[in-house]
Design a protein around this ligand. Structure first.
Ligand code: ADP
Ligand code: MG
Length: 353
């Protein structure tokens, strides 16, 4: 009852918005299921709200609103700050559009940052603001990548502990929050909440083939179709244990780790080629390494060197994330306890978390 009452009170006292309250700015993105704009409140007196982001979504917007509401209550720091979501039924189209509003977290996604020649040093500047007394060269790059991975896994751990699998973890869906000075996850459009059975049946067409784990489906095909909500609540912790759906995101996060260590994998075509190579090695990274290392370019060799620092703890972590069998992959929580994160990382960040 307390939970319901609190949710009710929160809903009651939070501002509600309508279509006319917003002024649209530039387009930030456009997918098959919606368009995203920078936006602001039309009413000047509410301008202190600052910049906002507005997504006009198709029918999948309903699930995305549900996920964002849940994240805000259970693990707010994991994702971009959600403000409000509603069905805008006056617009054209059968059932209208869902409008979702977030706080504008910042200009850059991890994808933008990784495409710069300066990566990962461009991230170091954003996180620290000023020079730190860090080691130079490879060791320094490793510390920055380690910090990004820690923040990503921290956000994922929040989602997974809440019972949410994101299913679309990729650099384009990781935003740098200028306010929090940390990376946050965005785009819960393909997410599944297993504890209550929302969006339980995977929609494969929502998944991005560049980053998907080999199992494709988060639940085994033997799992019965979505049970009604009360049953799902009682049942799903067991299903979670059996199927480890969270490991789907871990695989994607492992691929991001790879892209950070190996600059060559940052282009789409090379990532797709890598996926093909890995499949040929039956998703065995150690096998893949054996096939490419003997004739590796200096750049590729540098990536292995980075992962081999400190007795190879980076490589160890990576291979525990990118594995064929979901149940053999590490969880986000276990990954955070990996010795790779024992070192200081970027000093100030350890305080912020
Ligand atoms: P899509 O379904 O189009 O992928 P996303 O939710 O990923 O929608 O948003 C598209 C883009 O809009 C993101 O890649 C990012 O650049 C930007 N964006 C989304 N949410 C925010 C936010 N809260 N703050 C700043 N930029 C955002
Ligand atoms: Mg996206």
């Amino acid at each position: 009852w307390d939970m319901f009452f609190l949710a009710f009170l929160e809903r009651l006292f939070r501002p509600t918005f309508r279509k006319d309250d917003f002024v649209l700015g530039k387009k930030l993105g456009e997918g098959a299921f919606g368009v995203v704009y920078k936006a602001a409140l039309a009413n000047k007196s509410s301008a202190k709200q600052g910049d906002l982001v507005l997504k006009k979504a198709t029918e999948y917007g309903a699930v995305e609103i549900w996920m964002n509401e849940r994240v805000r209550r259970a693990c707010a720091n994991s994702c971009a700050d959600f403000v409000y979501g509603f069905l805008e039924s006056s617009s054209k189209g059968k059932g209208g559009e869902y409008w979702l509003i977030w706080r504008f977290e910042g200009e850059t996604t991890l994808s933008d940052l990784m495409l710069s020649k300066e990566f990962p040093y461009n991230v170091e500047r954003m996180i620290l603001g000023e020079d730190q007394d860090l080691p130079k060269g490879l060791e320094r790059e490793n510390r920055i990548i380690q910090t990004i991975m820690r923040q990503l896994l921290f956000a994922l751990d929040g989602l997974h502990s809440t019972g949410i699998v994101h299913r679309d973890i990729k650099p384009q869906n990781i935003i740098f929050s200028e306010g929090a000075r940390t990376f946050k996850i965005i785009d819960l459009g393909a997410a599944a909440d297993l504890r209550v059975g929302i969006n339980y049946i995977p929609k494969e067409f929502l998944l991005d083939p560049r980053y998907t784990a080999p199992e494709q489906y988060i639940m085994s095909t033997q799992t019965p179709s979505a049970p009604s909500a009360p049953v799902a609540t009682a049942l799903s912790p067991v299903l979670w244990q059996l199927n480890l759906p969270d490991r789907f995101d871990i695989y994607s996060a492992g691929l991001i780790f790879m892209q950070m260590a190996f600059p060559a994998l940052r282009t789409d075509s090379n990532l797709i080629q890598f996926n093909r190579q890995l499949k040929r090695c039956e998703y065995d990274l150690i096998e893949w390494r054996k096939t490419v290392e003997p004739r590796a370019s200096p750049e590729l060799r540098k990536g292995f060197e980075l992962l081999d620092l400190d007795g190879g703890i980076g490589w160890e972590l990576l291979t525990s994330m990118v594995r064929y069998k979901a149940r053999r992959r590490t969880s986000a929580k276990a990954a955070l306890a990996n010795p790779y994160f024992d070192r200081e990382g970027l000093l100030r960040l350890s305080f912020m978390q």
